[in-house]
Design a protein around this ligand. Sequence first.
Ligand code: AMP
Ligand code: GLY
Length: 424
Amino acid sequence: MRVLVVGGGGREHALCWAISASPLCDALYCAPGNAGIAQDAECVPIAADDIETLVCFATENAIDFVVVGPEAALVLGLVDRLAEVGIKAFGPSADAAVLEGSKGFMKDLCAKYNIPTAAYGRFTDAAAAKAYIEDQGAPIVVKADGLAAGKGVTVAQSVDEALAAVDAAMTDSAFGAAGQELVIEECMTGEELSFFALVDGKTALPLVGAQDHKAVGDGDTGPNTGGMGAYSPAPALTEALQAEIMERIITPTVEGMAAEGTPFSGVLYAGLMLTQEGPKLLEYNVRFGDPECQVLMLRLRSDILPALVASCDGMLETFNLRWSDDVALTVVMAANGYPGDYAKGSEIRGLDTISLEDAIVFHAGTVLEGGSLRANGGRVLNITASGATIAEAQAKAYAAVDHIDWPDGFYRHDIGWRAVARGA
Ligand code: AMP
Ligand code: GLY
């Protein structure tokens, strides 16, 4: 099978690493890829959201199967365009990707199919949004409806902060068109959990849980990022809780999407809040989490490629995946300044001193220039290790981090702290 992976981050490196190990994979391409991905796949310089060029490349190179990493290409309809030219792809159609592309759509689906989530209102008018906030009081959460690269959410502790978030989105267009409609919702409290399921339109196959660290600084301080580290399994995810999430959240979503005439296939990534009243949906993503995918791929013991194909073919019902009991943990190394402005191009040394038995380094934003490895993004490297316990995985990952000589980068020192504190 000739496979094309779309994307160029740590998630796509982990996917390429797993897919390249499949005996079913005869050739592997990645667009645009990065310096690390180039060790597992042939990189082609096409942007992940350049739909027409991707479709041309897939046709001309007799690609059998496309795996789409990032949400933008899905929302823009890459899977639909590939289907038109007879190429199978893993991921939802544009109509089903609206689950991530419009928070208002997701909330309305929850309301219609009785899926637990925060109480909400949808607004296209700033005055009405503000009146709702004044009426509800703080804390309250203001969200841009559309894709805002993870930046469109304000958890406001005061009414003034929430009103300012409405102005930023609607009047100052801080998120462009994505913020012209808002979802304003009840602020929930509890522990957060990422839950993943492979879906084939009608059947959902639960994967394993993972926990992300969104804040940039140690002790969960500072601004939110795309994720500074992750680990799996998530100790909070008991078998009983998984059953409850499947029954009350995932299954009604899959059935609801099918009933609406927009069946969902691909990976459904539920951001959940474990509240006093049980698990509630924060948001849906229609792709693997990054960096959660990296720890999932490290624990996966089955061949991933047939599972992705089965999701596309509607054949998940009889499918089973095997997972290692080990804990996997990844530490993100990012460029100084991230998630704000940061410089590209600084040199990274020392990767060759890390033994593969100790850790795997997935690249998130790197480029090779004249034989030297250089930073080429905000999140740059994902140092990923496994161990019998979270403490062992953590110690191995950080020991590998110490081998990396990159003065222009930083990382959190406490990835996995919540699980270590629980003694998992
Ligand atoms: P989202 O992109 O919708 O997951 O939101 C980003 C982050 O904002 C989440 O991971 C939560 O930490 C926080 N958040 C979103 N919605 C809520 C809510 N209703 N209550 C409390 N925190 C929230
Ligand atoms: N790690 C969070 C995300 O992928 O959205």
